[in-house]
Design a protein around this ligand. Structure first.
Ligand SMILES: [Fe+2]
Length: 244
């Protein structure tokens, strides 16, 4: 566990040092708090994370909301038990510090009881997709999303609409692949996004990490957030903190 954490932190340090922070920050701001970087993580990092994916994959929860989403998910609860590399990645201080500097605000981990804090999304059956949505924050502070591409043998696209809440800017739409090693970072309340349906015999696996500026949440919002997670992502057992 300790060795895994050290290795992940070392790899992260290297990726961060090799990137041009000023240029990335300019792009992040110009794109309305949205940034994507291809090949940010090296194949050894992806391999390390994929070892965890193999461990948890048999326990993924399939979900289907007609017209909105279809796919498989693994919640933070199961990752906390069986995915040391993913957890080390999510919690690495050097990574959180780098993201905070990009966002221009101090970012914090989500509480351990949030099943979305870090999660895996599996697009493995034809038609798996998610419709347009914001990663709305139910927290008292803002919520930021990191997506890390792990597997992309698919024709699916992550479709991103930028500047939808900025009347001064024209809305721009981008379509992206999430190839292994790619990173996407955005303010969840700012980016309107979707994933187009998976084709036959295709596969796409993405790791998502969530950070917040204030980890507190009101009771009503906690209830709504839990219901949404149970129906849309991780199943009812997630409400009781049991991995699916
Ligand atoms: Fe999303």
């Amino acid at each position: 566990m300790h060795i895994v954490r050290e290795r992940v932190e070392q790899e992260l340090n290297q990726a961060i040092q090799q990137s041009d922070f000023t240029q990335l920050q300019q792009r992040y701001t110009a794109q309305g708090e949205f940034l994507t970087i291809q090949n940010f993580f090296s194949p050894p990092v992806v391999d390390q994370l994929m070892e965890d994916v193999t461990q948890v994959r048999p326990q993924l929860n399939r979900n289907y909301i007609p017209t909105h989403k279809k796919g498989g998910s693994v919640s933070a609860y199961l990752l906390q038990q069986k995915a040391p590399a993913i957890l080390a990645f999510y919690r690495a201080p050097v990574f959180i510090d780098w993201l905070s500097r990009l966002a221009g605000v101090p970012l914090l981990l989500c509480p351990d009881h949030d099943p979305h804090a870090c999660a895996l999304y599996f697009y493995t059956e034809p038609g798996d997709h998610i419709g347009f949505h914001y990663d709305t924050s139910y927290y008292k502070g803002a919520r930021y999303t990191v997506l890390l591409g792990l597997v992309d043998r698919s024709t699916s696209q992550l479709v991103c609409r930028l500047h939808t809440k900025d009347p001064q800017r024209e809305i721009t739409e981008l379509s992206l692949r999430t190839d292994p090693g790619s990173l996407v970072f955005f303010n969840g309340d700012r980016l309107y996004h979707a994933v187009t349906p998976l084709g036959e015999a295709e596969e796409r696996i993405v790791l998502t990490l969530q950070y917040v500026t204030d980890p507190h949440m009101g009771t009503a919002k906690r209830w709504f957030s839990n219901m949404k997670d149970a129906v849309g992502y991780f199943g009812w057992s997630a409400l009781f903190r049991r991995p699916t």
